[in-house]
Design a protein around this ligand. Structure first.
Ligand code: FES
Length: 150
């Protein structure tokens, strides 16, 4: 089986083909940006983009990601290393605290701005629903979304 991850074809060994995408990314392909939080699709820490849309990877069978474009936080910056505008806004607003949920939050916001370049507050709220942060970075995340949307 092959996956398309961050623009590269990555082989998946047979013993990993019945696992959830999160574990294939983290343990097999050494892409550890997506995090394990709840394992139940509730916290958002494991979020990646599938064909540009946020997807919880902890419950998703890896076979379901076959033939789709997978983007993890490791692949969000441009090929020249230039940060995605959301990543730059994250730095400018000093968003992260412990950092654990941030890859999922950033990817969710990148997808939001892709779909709605100038999102309303309600659209931002919707996009961030189910992305938990125990450090309380939510207000800075909202500021970063506003900054990245120009
Ligand atoms: Fe997947 Fe929490 S680890 S949603």
């Amino acid at each position: 089986m092959e996956l398309m991850v961050n623009g590269e074809r990555r082989g998946v060994a047979p013993e990993w083909q019945d696992e959830a995408l999160l574990w294939v990314l983290r343990e097999h392909l050494a892409l550890t940006g997506a995090k394990y939080g709840c394992g139940q699709g509730l916290c958002g820490a494991c979020t990646v983009l599938l064909d540009g849309r946020p997807q919880r990877s902890c419950l998703l069978p890896v076979r379901s990601a076959q033939g789709r474009r997978i983007t993890t936080i490791e692949g969000l910056a441009g090929p020249d290393g230039r940060l995605h505008p959301v990543q730059q806004a994250w730095l400018d607003e000093r968003v992260p605290q412990c950092g654990y949920c941030q890859a999922g939050q950033i990817l969710a916001c990148a997808a939001l701005l892709d779909q709605h370049p100038r999102p309303t507050d309600a659209q931002t709220t919707d996009a961030l629903a189910g992305h938990l942060c125990r450090c309380g970075t939510q207000q800075r995340i909202r500021a970063a979304v506003k900054r990245a949307s120009g």
